[in-house]
Design a protein around this ligand. Structure first.
Ligand code: NAD
Length: 458
Protein backbone atom coordinates (compact mmCIF):
# COMPACT_ATOMS: atom_id res chain seq x y z
CA UNK A 1 0.00 0.00 0.00
CA UNK A 2 1.52 3.36 -0.98
CA UNK A 3 1.80 6.17 1.58
CA UNK A 4 -1.08 8.04 -0.04
CA UNK A 5 -3.40 5.07 0.13
CA UNK A 6 -2.64 4.68 3.82
CA UNK A 7 -3.76 8.28 4.26
CA UNK A 8 -6.97 7.60 2.32
CA UNK A 9 -7.71 4.60 4.51
CA UNK A 10 -7.31 6.85 7.57
CA UNK A 11 -9.85 9.21 6.01
CA UNK A 12 -12.29 6.34 5.56
CA UNK A 13 -11.87 5.49 9.26
CA UNK A 14 -12.36 9.12 10.24
CA UNK A 15 -15.55 9.30 8.17
CA UNK A 16 -16.83 6.08 9.75
CA UNK A 17 -16.33 7.63 13.22
CA UNK A 18 -19.27 9.93 12.37
CA UNK A 19 -17.31 13.06 13.33
CA UNK A 20 -18.09 14.90 10.08
CA UNK A 21 -21.83 14.33 10.12
CA UNK A 22 -23.31 16.69 12.70
CA UNK A 23 -24.69 20.08 11.79
CA UNK A 24 -22.48 21.85 14.32
CA UNK A 25 -19.31 20.23 12.97
CA UNK A 26 -20.09 21.06 9.33
CA UNK A 27 -21.01 24.65 10.13
CA UNK A 28 -17.87 25.15 12.19
CA UNK A 29 -15.65 23.86 9.36
CA UNK A 30 -17.31 26.20 6.85
CA UNK A 31 -16.78 29.14 9.19
CA UNK A 32 -13.14 28.20 9.79
CA UNK A 33 -12.56 27.96 6.05
CA UNK A 34 -14.19 31.35 5.53
CA UNK A 35 -12.08 33.09 8.14
CA UNK A 36 -8.86 31.54 6.83
CA UNK A 37 -9.66 32.61 3.24
CA UNK A 38 -10.45 36.12 4.52
CA UNK A 39 -7.20 36.33 6.48
CA UNK A 40 -5.18 35.18 3.43
CA UNK A 41 -6.93 37.57 1.04
CA UNK A 42 -3.72 39.38 0.04
CA UNK A 43 -1.80 36.12 -0.42
CA UNK A 44 -4.54 34.87 -2.73
CA UNK A 45 -4.34 38.03 -4.84
CA UNK A 46 -0.56 37.77 -5.04
CA UNK A 47 -0.77 34.13 -6.15
CA UNK A 48 -3.45 34.73 -8.78
CA UNK A 49 -1.44 37.62 -10.17
CA UNK A 50 1.65 35.46 -10.38
CA UNK A 51 -0.13 32.56 -12.11
CA UNK A 52 -2.52 34.45 -14.40
CA UNK A 53 -1.93 38.21 -13.95
CA UNK A 54 -5.39 38.64 -12.44
CA UNK A 55 -6.13 41.91 -10.66
CA UNK A 56 -7.57 41.81 -7.12
CA UNK A 57 -10.86 43.14 -8.52
CA UNK A 58 -11.15 40.38 -11.12
CA UNK A 59 -10.06 37.85 -8.51
CA UNK A 60 -12.76 38.96 -6.08
CA UNK A 61 -15.50 38.67 -8.71
CA UNK A 62 -14.37 35.34 -10.15
CA UNK A 63 -12.33 33.60 -7.45
CA UNK A 64 -12.16 34.37 -3.71
CA UNK A 65 -15.23 36.66 -3.58
CA UNK A 66 -17.32 34.06 -5.38
CA UNK A 67 -16.08 31.47 -2.88
CA UNK A 68 -16.96 33.70 0.09
CA UNK A 69 -20.48 34.16 -1.36
CA UNK A 70 -20.78 30.37 -1.76
CA UNK A 71 -19.61 29.90 1.85
CA UNK A 72 -22.16 32.43 3.12
CA UNK A 73 -24.94 30.65 1.22
CA UNK A 74 -23.92 27.30 2.68
CA UNK A 75 -23.50 28.62 6.25
CA UNK A 76 -26.88 30.41 6.15
CA UNK A 77 -28.85 27.54 4.61
CA UNK A 78 -27.13 24.42 5.90
CA UNK A 79 -29.65 23.58 8.60
CA UNK A 80 -32.54 23.77 6.14
CA UNK A 81 -30.66 21.76 3.50
CA UNK A 82 -29.92 19.01 6.03
CA UNK A 83 -33.52 18.58 7.12
CA UNK A 84 -35.20 15.42 5.82
CA UNK A 85 -37.88 15.99 3.18
CA UNK A 86 -41.23 14.53 4.21
CA UNK A 87 -43.07 13.02 1.28
CA UNK A 88 -46.48 11.40 0.90
CA UNK A 89 -47.07 7.65 1.10
CA UNK A 90 -49.09 5.68 -1.43
CA UNK A 91 -52.23 3.72 -0.54
CA UNK A 92 -50.65 0.26 -0.51
CA UNK A 93 -48.15 1.35 2.15
CA UNK A 94 -50.48 3.22 4.51
CA UNK A 95 -50.25 3.88 7.41
CA UNK A 96 -46.47 4.12 6.87
CA UNK A 97 -44.67 7.47 6.78
CA UNK A 98 -42.00 8.35 4.17
CA UNK A 99 -39.08 10.75 4.11
CA UNK A 100 -35.83 11.45 2.27
CA UNK A 101 -32.68 11.73 4.35
CA UNK A 102 -29.61 13.52 2.93
CA UNK A 103 -26.77 11.19 3.77
CA UNK A 104 -23.07 12.11 3.31
CA UNK A 105 -21.37 10.09 0.60
CA UNK A 106 -18.10 9.33 2.42
CA UNK A 107 -14.60 10.10 1.11
CA UNK A 108 -14.77 12.13 -2.11
CA UNK A 109 -12.11 13.32 -4.54
CA UNK A 110 -12.21 16.82 -6.05
CA UNK A 111 -9.90 17.53 -9.01
CA UNK A 112 -9.43 21.14 -10.17
CA UNK A 113 -8.11 22.88 -13.32
CA UNK A 114 -5.71 25.84 -13.58
CA UNK A 115 -7.86 28.58 -15.15
CA UNK A 116 -9.79 29.59 -12.01
CA UNK A 117 -7.51 27.56 -9.78
CA UNK A 118 -8.88 28.83 -6.46
CA UNK A 119 -12.60 28.94 -7.11
CA UNK A 120 -12.88 25.71 -9.07
CA UNK A 121 -11.22 23.68 -6.30
CA UNK A 122 -12.67 25.40 -3.23
CA UNK A 123 -16.28 25.89 -4.40
CA UNK A 124 -16.97 22.17 -4.74
CA UNK A 125 -15.17 21.65 -1.40
CA UNK A 126 -17.81 23.85 0.26
CA UNK A 127 -20.61 21.59 -1.00
CA UNK A 128 -18.71 18.48 0.06
CA UNK A 129 -18.10 19.81 3.60
CA UNK A 130 -21.71 21.03 3.89
CA UNK A 131 -22.88 17.53 2.95
CA UNK A 132 -20.70 15.96 5.68
CA UNK A 133 -17.96 14.27 3.65
CA UNK A 134 -14.20 13.80 3.96
CA UNK A 135 -12.44 15.32 0.95
CA UNK A 136 -9.27 14.78 -1.04
CA UNK A 137 -8.34 17.93 -2.96
CA UNK A 138 -6.20 17.62 -6.08
CA UNK A 139 -5.36 21.05 -7.58
CA UNK A 140 -3.88 21.64 -11.02
CA UNK A 141 -0.09 21.58 -11.11
CA UNK A 142 -0.12 24.44 -13.66
CA UNK A 143 -1.05 27.27 -11.27
CA UNK A 144 1.77 26.71 -8.73
CA UNK A 145 1.44 29.96 -6.74
CA UNK A 146 -2.29 29.44 -6.15
CA UNK A 147 -1.63 25.77 -5.45
CA UNK A 148 0.83 26.76 -2.69
CA UNK A 149 -1.51 29.21 -0.94
CA UNK A 150 -4.45 26.79 -1.14
CA UNK A 151 -2.28 24.10 0.45
CA UNK A 152 -1.38 26.50 3.26
CA UNK A 153 -5.01 27.44 3.89
CA UNK A 154 -6.29 23.87 3.85
CA UNK A 155 -3.51 22.51 6.05
CA UNK A 156 -3.85 25.36 8.53
CA UNK A 157 -7.57 24.74 8.90
CA UNK A 158 -8.18 21.00 8.56
CA UNK A 159 -6.51 17.77 9.72
CA UNK A 160 -5.47 15.47 6.84
CA UNK A 161 -7.78 12.65 7.87
CA UNK A 162 -10.66 15.07 7.16
CA UNK A 163 -9.47 17.19 4.22
CA UNK A 164 -6.33 15.97 2.45
CA UNK A 165 -4.49 18.22 0.02
CA UNK A 166 -2.60 16.19 -2.62
CA UNK A 167 -0.25 17.99 -5.00
CA UNK A 168 1.45 16.62 -8.08
CA UNK A 169 1.10 15.74 -11.72
CA UNK A 170 -2.49 14.70 -12.39
CA UNK A 171 -1.57 11.93 -14.82
CA UNK A 172 0.28 10.02 -12.10
CA UNK A 173 -1.25 11.17 -8.79
CA UNK A 174 -4.90 10.71 -9.79
CA UNK A 175 -4.69 7.17 -11.27
CA UNK A 176 -2.54 6.16 -8.31
CA UNK A 177 -5.40 7.10 -5.98
CA UNK A 178 -8.39 6.11 -8.12
CA UNK A 179 -7.01 2.69 -9.09
CA UNK A 180 -6.12 1.74 -5.53
CA UNK A 181 -8.93 3.22 -3.47
CA UNK A 182 -12.70 3.32 -3.95
CA UNK A 183 -13.84 6.91 -3.55
CA UNK A 184 -17.51 7.55 -2.90
CA UNK A 185 -17.62 10.29 -5.53
CA UNK A 186 -15.21 11.99 -7.90
CA UNK A 187 -15.85 15.60 -8.84
CA UNK A 188 -13.69 16.60 -11.80
CA UNK A 189 -13.32 19.96 -13.55
CA UNK A 190 -11.13 20.12 -16.65
CA UNK A 191 -10.78 19.07 -20.25
CA UNK A 192 -13.05 16.57 -21.98
CA UNK A 193 -10.06 14.37 -22.87
CA UNK A 194 -9.01 13.89 -19.24
CA UNK A 195 -12.69 13.75 -18.21
CA UNK A 196 -13.05 10.55 -20.24
CA UNK A 197 -10.01 9.03 -18.48
CA UNK A 198 -11.54 9.90 -15.08
CA UNK A 199 -14.91 8.42 -16.11
CA UNK A 200 -13.28 5.13 -17.18
CA UNK A 201 -11.27 4.81 -13.96
CA UNK A 202 -14.41 5.56 -11.92
CA UNK A 203 -16.44 2.99 -13.89
CA UNK A 204 -13.98 0.22 -12.93
CA UNK A 205 -15.00 0.67 -9.28
CA UNK A 206 -18.57 1.92 -9.92
CA UNK A 207 -17.71 5.31 -8.45
CA UNK A 208 -20.24 8.07 -9.26
CA UNK A 209 -18.80 11.14 -10.95
CA UNK A 210 -19.50 14.76 -11.65
CA UNK A 211 -17.71 15.94 -14.79
CA UNK A 212 -17.44 19.68 -15.37
CA UNK A 213 -15.92 19.78 -18.85
CA UNK A 214 -15.37 22.30 -21.62
CA UNK A 215 -16.27 22.66 -25.27
CA UNK A 216 -17.26 25.33 -27.75
CA UNK A 217 -19.89 27.69 -26.33
CA UNK A 218 -21.56 29.54 -29.23
CA UNK A 219 -22.93 33.08 -29.08
CA UNK A 220 -25.62 34.24 -31.50
CA UNK A 221 -26.14 37.95 -32.23
CA UNK A 222 -29.41 38.65 -34.00
CA UNK A 223 -30.06 41.70 -36.20
CA UNK A 224 -32.26 43.30 -33.52
CA UNK A 225 -29.67 43.08 -30.71
CA UNK A 226 -28.50 46.16 -28.80
CA UNK A 227 -25.05 46.47 -30.39
CA UNK A 228 -23.37 48.56 -27.66
CA UNK A 229 -24.47 46.09 -24.99
CA UNK A 230 -23.47 43.16 -27.20
CA UNK A 231 -19.93 44.50 -27.58
CA UNK A 232 -19.44 45.28 -23.88
CA UNK A 233 -20.85 42.00 -22.56
CA UNK A 234 -19.11 39.82 -25.12
CA UNK A 235 -15.76 41.61 -24.78
CA UNK A 236 -15.66 41.24 -21.00
CA UNK A 237 -16.73 37.58 -21.06
CA UNK A 238 -14.37 36.63 -23.88
CA UNK A 239 -11.25 38.49 -22.80
CA UNK A 240 -11.41 38.20 -18.97
CA UNK A 241 -8.64 35.90 -17.80
CA UNK A 242 -7.27 36.24 -21.36
CA UNK A 243 -10.07 34.05 -22.66
CA UNK A 244 -9.19 31.10 -20.43
CA UNK A 245 -12.73 30.64 -19.17
CA UNK A 246 -14.84 27.51 -19.63
CA UNK A 247 -18.00 29.55 -20.25
CA UNK A 248 -16.41 32.22 -22.46
CA UNK A 249 -18.24 32.71 -25.77
CA UNK A 250 -16.06 30.55 -28.02
CA UNK A 251 -17.17 32.07 -31.34
CA UNK A 252 -19.81 34.53 -32.58
CA UNK A 253 -22.57 33.90 -35.10
CA UNK A 254 -23.67 37.37 -36.16
CA UNK A 255 -26.58 38.21 -38.41
CA UNK A 256 -25.01 39.40 -41.70
CA UNK A 257 -26.92 42.71 -41.57
CA UNK A 258 -25.12 43.84 -38.38
CA UNK A 259 -21.75 42.13 -38.78
CA UNK A 260 -19.82 45.30 -39.59
CA UNK A 261 -21.48 47.22 -36.76
CA UNK A 262 -20.71 44.46 -34.25
CA UNK A 263 -17.13 44.24 -35.45
CA UNK A 264 -16.47 47.96 -35.08
CA UNK A 265 -18.26 48.12 -31.70
CA UNK A 266 -16.11 45.23 -30.47
CA UNK A 267 -12.90 46.92 -31.65
CA UNK A 268 -13.81 50.14 -29.88
CA UNK A 269 -14.85 48.33 -26.69
CA UNK A 270 -11.70 46.21 -26.50
CA UNK A 271 -9.61 49.38 -26.71
CA UNK A 272 -11.71 51.03 -24.02
CA UNK A 273 -11.43 48.04 -21.67
CA UNK A 274 -7.82 47.02 -22.22
CA UNK A 275 -6.24 50.13 -23.85
CA UNK A 276 -4.16 50.09 -27.05
CA UNK A 277 -1.46 48.23 -25.10
CA UNK A 278 -3.28 45.37 -23.37
CA UNK A 279 0.06 43.78 -22.37
CA UNK A 280 0.42 46.66 -19.91
CA UNK A 281 -3.24 46.86 -18.93
CA UNK A 282 -4.23 46.31 -15.28
CA UNK A 283 -7.39 44.69 -16.65
CA UNK A 284 -5.81 42.10 -18.93
CA UNK A 285 -4.34 38.73 -17.95
CA UNK A 286 -1.73 36.41 -19.40
CA UNK A 287 -1.71 32.91 -20.83
CA UNK A 288 -0.95 30.27 -18.21
CA UNK A 289 2.12 28.68 -19.85
CA UNK A 290 4.09 28.26 -23.07
CA UNK A 291 2.26 25.12 -24.15
CA UNK A 292 -1.08 26.93 -24.10
CA UNK A 293 0.52 30.04 -25.66
CA UNK A 294 1.78 28.03 -28.65
CA UNK A 295 -1.57 26.25 -29.05
CA UNK A 296 -3.55 29.52 -29.10
CA UNK A 297 -1.04 31.32 -31.37
CA UNK A 298 -1.64 28.65 -34.03
CA UNK A 299 -5.29 29.75 -34.24
CA UNK A 300 -4.18 33.17 -35.47
CA UNK A 301 -3.41 31.54 -38.84
CA UNK A 302 -6.98 30.23 -39.20
CA UNK A 303 -8.62 33.40 -40.55
CA UNK A 304 -8.17 37.09 -41.25
CA UNK A 305 -7.07 39.09 -38.22
CA UNK A 306 -9.64 41.89 -38.12
CA UNK A 307 -8.28 43.23 -34.83
CA UNK A 308 -5.39 42.41 -32.48
CA UNK A 309 -3.12 39.48 -33.26
CA UNK A 310 0.05 40.72 -31.52
CA UNK A 311 1.83 38.22 -29.26
CA UNK A 312 4.81 38.13 -26.90
CA UNK A 313 6.09 34.68 -25.92
CA UNK A 314 8.26 35.97 -23.09
CA UNK A 315 5.31 37.72 -21.43
CA UNK A 316 2.86 34.93 -22.40
CA UNK A 317 0.79 37.72 -23.94
CA UNK A 318 -1.75 37.30 -26.71
CA UNK A 319 -3.68 40.40 -27.68
CA UNK A 320 -7.51 40.28 -27.70
CA UNK A 321 -8.05 39.17 -31.29
CA UNK A 322 -11.03 39.19 -33.66
CA UNK A 323 -10.87 36.71 -36.54
CA UNK A 324 -13.02 36.90 -39.67
CA UNK A 325 -13.15 34.80 -42.89
CA UNK A 326 -12.84 31.67 -40.80
CA UNK A 327 -13.40 28.29 -42.44
CA UNK A 328 -15.38 25.77 -40.40
CA UNK A 329 -12.76 23.14 -41.13
CA UNK A 330 -9.91 24.93 -39.37
CA UNK A 331 -8.75 24.02 -35.83
CA UNK A 332 -10.08 27.30 -34.42
CA UNK A 333 -13.61 26.19 -35.32
CA UNK A 334 -13.13 22.62 -34.05
CA UNK A 335 -11.07 22.86 -30.85
CA UNK A 336 -12.19 24.65 -27.71
CA UNK A 337 -10.28 27.95 -28.15
CA UNK A 338 -9.75 28.71 -24.43
CA UNK A 339 -7.83 31.88 -25.23
CA UNK A 340 -8.38 35.48 -26.40
CA UNK A 341 -9.21 34.70 -30.03
CA UNK A 342 -12.77 35.32 -31.18
CA UNK A 343 -13.91 34.03 -34.59
CA UNK A 344 -16.82 35.98 -36.05
CA UNK A 345 -19.02 34.19 -38.56
CA UNK A 346 -22.03 35.76 -40.25
CA UNK A 347 -25.34 34.02 -40.98
CA UNK A 348 -28.51 34.75 -42.97
CA UNK A 349 -31.01 32.32 -41.47
CA UNK A 350 -31.46 30.60 -38.13
CA UNK A 351 -31.10 27.20 -39.84
CA UNK A 352 -27.75 28.23 -41.26
CA UNK A 353 -26.47 29.35 -37.85
CA UNK A 354 -27.87 26.29 -36.14
CA UNK A 355 -26.06 24.01 -38.57
CA UNK A 356 -22.76 25.55 -37.41
CA UNK A 357 -23.69 25.05 -33.73
CA UNK A 358 -24.81 21.45 -34.33
CA UNK A 359 -21.29 20.50 -35.43
CA UNK A 360 -20.39 20.55 -31.69
CA UNK A 361 -23.49 19.50 -29.79
CA UNK A 362 -24.25 20.03 -26.08
CA UNK A 363 -22.08 23.10 -25.41
CA UNK A 364 -21.41 24.06 -21.79
CA UNK A 365 -23.10 27.41 -22.47
CA UNK A 366 -25.12 29.03 -25.24
CA UNK A 367 -25.68 32.77 -25.57
CA UNK A 368 -28.35 34.70 -27.45
CA UNK A 369 -28.46 38.43 -28.09
CA UNK A 370 -31.80 39.68 -29.41
CA UNK A 371 -34.46 42.16 -28.34
CA UNK A 372 -37.26 39.91 -29.58
CA UNK A 373 -38.74 37.56 -26.97
CA UNK A 374 -39.91 35.11 -29.61
CA UNK A 375 -36.46 34.84 -31.15
CA UNK A 376 -34.89 34.40 -27.74
CA UNK A 377 -37.31 31.59 -26.97
CA UNK A 378 -36.83 29.94 -30.35
CA UNK A 379 -33.04 29.89 -29.86
CA UNK A 380 -33.34 28.68 -26.28
CA UNK A 381 -35.42 25.72 -27.45
CA UNK A 382 -33.25 25.03 -30.50
CA UNK A 383 -29.90 24.52 -28.75
CA UNK A 384 -29.50 21.99 -25.91
CA UNK A 385 -26.75 23.32 -23.62
CA UNK A 386 -25.48 23.16 -20.02
CA UNK A 387 -26.72 26.70 -19.38
CA UNK A 388 -27.73 29.82 -21.28
CA UNK A 389 -27.81 33.58 -21.02
CA UNK A 390 -30.10 35.89 -22.95
CA UNK A 391 -28.48 39.22 -23.72
CA UNK A 392 -25.54 38.26 -21.54
CA UNK A 393 -22.55 35.90 -21.41
CA UNK A 394 -21.08 33.80 -18.59
CA UNK A 395 -22.70 35.55 -15.61
CA UNK A 396 -25.22 32.74 -15.04
CA UNK A 397 -22.44 30.80 -13.32
CA UNK A 398 -22.15 33.44 -10.59
CA UNK A 399 -25.77 33.01 -9.45
CA UNK A 400 -25.69 30.28 -6.79
CA UNK A 401 -29.46 29.81 -7.17
CA UNK A 402 -28.86 28.29 -10.61
CA UNK A 403 -27.41 24.79 -11.08
CA UNK A 404 -24.10 24.94 -12.96
CA UNK A 405 -22.96 22.10 -15.18
CA UNK A 406 -22.82 20.70 -18.68
CA UNK A 407 -24.66 18.02 -20.59
CA UNK A 408 -23.38 15.32 -22.93
CA UNK A 409 -20.01 16.42 -24.26
CA UNK A 410 -19.75 19.31 -21.80
CA UNK A 411 -20.23 17.23 -18.68
CA UNK A 412 -22.34 15.33 -16.24
CA UNK A 413 -23.99 16.67 -13.07
CA UNK A 414 -24.20 20.14 -11.57
CA UNK A 415 -23.28 22.18 -8.50
CA UNK A 416 -23.31 25.62 -6.79
CA UNK A 417 -25.36 26.57 -3.73
CA UNK A 418 -27.92 23.95 -2.77
CA UNK A 419 -27.07 21.94 -5.89
CA UNK A 420 -23.55 21.35 -4.53
CA UNK A 421 -25.00 20.04 -1.29
CA UNK A 422 -27.20 17.67 -3.31
CA UNK A 423 -24.30 16.52 -5.49
CA UNK A 424 -22.33 15.46 -2.43
CA UNK A 425 -25.31 13.87 -0.60
CA UNK A 426 -27.11 10.61 -1.13
CA UNK A 427 -30.89 10.87 -1.06
CA UNK A 428 -31.79 7.97 1.19
CA UNK A 429 -35.39 6.81 0.93
CA UNK A 430 -36.82 5.86 4.31
CA UNK A 431 -40.21 4.30 5.07
CA UNK A 432 -41.37 3.76 8.63
CA UNK A 433 -44.27 1.38 9.17
CA UNK A 434 -46.18 1.03 12.44
CA UNK A 435 -46.81 -2.46 13.79
CA UNK A 436 -50.33 -1.96 15.10
CA UNK A 437 -51.79 -2.73 11.66
CA UNK A 438 -50.65 -5.74 9.63
CA UNK A 439 -53.53 -6.80 7.34
CA UNK A 440 -53.59 -10.40 6.02
CA UNK A 441 -54.36 -9.12 2.55
CA UNK A 442 -50.63 -8.42 2.01
CA UNK A 443 -49.63 -12.03 2.60
CA UNK A 444 -50.32 -15.39 0.92
CA UNK A 445 -52.60 -16.96 -0.03
CA UNK A 446 -52.95 -14.47 -2.92
CA UNK A 447 -55.50 -16.37 -4.97
CA UNK A 448 -58.64 -14.27 -5.53
CA UNK A 449 -57.05 -10.96 -4.44
CA UNK A 450 -56.22 -9.60 -7.92
CA UNK A 451 -59.27 -7.33 -8.09
CA UNK A 452 -58.43 -5.81 -4.73
CA UNK A 453 -54.76 -5.35 -5.71
CA UNK A 454 -55.93 -3.60 -8.88
CA UNK A 455 -58.01 -1.26 -6.79
CA UNK A 456 -55.19 -0.47 -4.35
CA UNK A 457 -52.34 -0.25 -6.86
CA UNK A 458 -53.23 1.97 -9.81
P1 NAD B 1 -6.95 19.23 -17.56
O1 NAD B 1 -7.97 18.22 -17.90
O2 NAD B 1 -5.65 19.21 -18.26
O3 NAD B 1 -6.57 19.14 -16.00
C1 NAD B 1 -7.56 19.16 -15.00
C2 NAD B 1 -7.08 18.35 -13.82
O4 NAD B 1 -6.89 17.00 -14.22
C3 NAD B 1 -5.74 18.82 -13.23
O5 NAD B 1 -5.82 18.78 -11.83
C4 NAD B 1 -4.76 17.80 -13.74
O6 NAD B 1 -3.69 17.59 -12.85
C5 NAD B 1 -5.61 16.54 -13.83
N1 NAD B 1 -5.13 15.60 -14.84
C6 NAD B 1 -4.44 15.88 -15.98
N2 NAD B 1 -4.18 14.76 -16.68
C7 NAD B 1 -4.72 13.75 -15.97
C8 NAD B 1 -4.80 12.33 -16.17
N3 NAD B 1 -4.27 11.74 -17.25
N4 NAD B 1 -5.43 11.59 -15.27
C9 NAD B 1 -5.99 12.18 -14.18
N5 NAD B 1 -5.95 13.50 -13.93
C10 NAD B 1 -5.32 14.27 -14.80
O7 NAD B 1 -7.71 20.61 -17.72
P2 NAD B 1 -7.12 22.06 -17.61
O8 NAD B 1 -6.22 22.28 -18.77
O9 NAD B 1 -6.58 22.28 -16.24
O10 NAD B 1 -8.43 22.95 -17.77
C11 NAD B 1 -8.90 23.39 -19.01
C12 NAD B 1 -10.17 22.67 -19.39
O11 NAD B 1 -11.07 22.65 -18.30
C13 NAD B 1 -10.91 23.33 -20.52
O12 NAD B 1 -11.40 22.34 -21.39
C14 NAD B 1 -12.08 24.02 -19.83
O13 NAD B 1 -13.20 24.25 -20.62
C15 NAD B 1 -12.36 23.07 -18.74
N6 NAD B 1 -13.02 23.75 -17.65
C16 NAD B 1 -14.30 23.44 -17.39
C17 NAD B 1 -14.95 24.11 -16.37
C18 NAD B 1 -16.38 23.82 -16.02
O14 NAD B 1 -16.80 24.29 -14.99
N7 NAD B 1 -17.11 23.06 -16.79
C19 NAD B 1 -14.28 25.09 -15.65
C20 NAD B 1 -12.96 25.36 -15.97
C21 NAD B 1 -12.33 24.68 -16.96
Amino acid sequence: MSADITRLVKMRQYFASGATKTYSFRKEQLKKLKSSIASHEQDIYTALYEDLKKSPEESWVTENGLVIAELNTAINNLQRWMEPDSVGTNLVNLPSGSKIIKEPLGVVLIIGPWNYPFQLLINPLIGAIAAGNCVVLKPSEFAPATDAIMKRIIEEVFPPEYILYVQGEGASVVPDMMNNFTFDHVFYTGSTTVGKIIYKMAAERLVPVTLELGGKSPCVVEADANIRVVARRIAIAKFSNAGQMCVAPDYLLVHHSVKDKVLSALKETIQQFFTGKPEESYNYGKIINEKQFTRICNYLQNGTIAFGGRTNREKLFIEPTLLTDVSLNTPVMNDEIFGPVLPIISFHTMDEAKAVIDRHPDPLAFYIYSSDNKKQQAWLEAVPAGGSCINNCSWHLTNHNLPFGGRGHSGLGFYHGKYSFETFSHKKAVMKTPTWLDPDIKYPPFKGKLKLFKWVIK
